[in-house]
Design a protein around this ligand. Sequence first.
Ligand code: SAH
Length: 399
Amino acid sequence: MAGQLIIKQGKEKALLRKHPWVFTGAVAKIKGKPGLGDTVDVLDSKGQFLGRAAYSPHSQICARVWTFNAQETIDLAFFQRRFARAQRMREDTLPEHTTGYRLIAGESDGLPGITIDIYANWIVCQLLSAGAELQRGLIVESLRAEFPNHSIYERSDVDVRKKEGLTPVTGLLHGTEQPPAELVIEENGLKLYVDIVNGHKTGYYLDQRDARQAIKKYAKGKRVLNCFSYTGGFGLYAASAGARYVRNLDMSQPALDMAAKNLQLNNLTSSHVEHVQGDVFQLLRDYQTNPEQEKFDVIVLDPPKFVDSKASLTRACRGYKDINRLAAKLLNPGGVLLTFSCSGLLSTELFQKVVADGVLDAGRDMQIIERTFQAADHPVFLPYPEGLYLKGLIVRLMN
Ligand code: SAH
């Protein structure tokens, strides 16, 4: 053990409830000289074991608990057990014909600071914390044992690493060849290209799988506007369900190019689909000036994370309200809006209120007919509510 963190009396409660974070303010004393990412024992003021954690000296969250079991050591077998357990859950819960999924959702899978996504025979790792970084060797070795036929690629090019005193890293971790430019996954029976080298995050937004499936119920014969489309997932599902017309909007031209290729890959080119590059805020405003032509039966709003700190919450709410107001105005009678927020700091309740405010300002009456959340391969460890970040409302115009 590289050291011990002694927790102030009264500050051990969250750890006793198995919340995996230790904040600097809760630490009374550090014994030994633990380095970046080293494994430390976390003890209460009386010396009782609370957890075994990775030390992050540069972060406000100065330790993340690997295990609450005093008998468990952080070694190759530990990571193998965690990966095998996570894989079993996915095998039990993933829908059929789905080869892209999140294997490890950090804290919620008992591996803080680690995100691992599987895309067919490729594994993509994001190591976000000092502890994850230090354990890179064991992580790769145990992944190879659990998935002997997969190649492994790293996409640790994320800002949060700065808070941990780490620099961005990308590249091959295991395998003989670089990732293919045209890697194909299946999702609910649809095929999608995923660019794990240049794509957003690890390549694709796996968390919205259930919401994409949900759009099929509303899309048949309809005019669909897919805002913040990325590689066109919602548009593809809508087209496959027989939408009359689909328009994908995104600021990224490479994402839109891939959206077009995804339609070809699924032989859905006969549906009328358009791709428009631009700023959704501006495009939705432009459409208001042409209310006769620019009306839709189904609108998707799946924006990027607007909130990255408590300080940005108010401004972010204005952003959510704005797009929801503009979208509500563009709906045909009986129209359906699928609206999402992936900002963990925005609660489900507050999101609902912000959408309600936007719709009210649009002069519309709408009702919630369905709620969505991140898919089951993005679980939420019960004592760790921070694990819930993605929520969606499917709301319908009442007249
Ligand atoms: N719905 C997608 C995921 C959307 S991720 C899916 O199912 O896969 C958010 C997307 O919004 C990204 O592709 C990003 O390029 C795009 N984006 C961010 N800000 C934007 C803006 N102001 N206007 C248009 N697109 C934007």
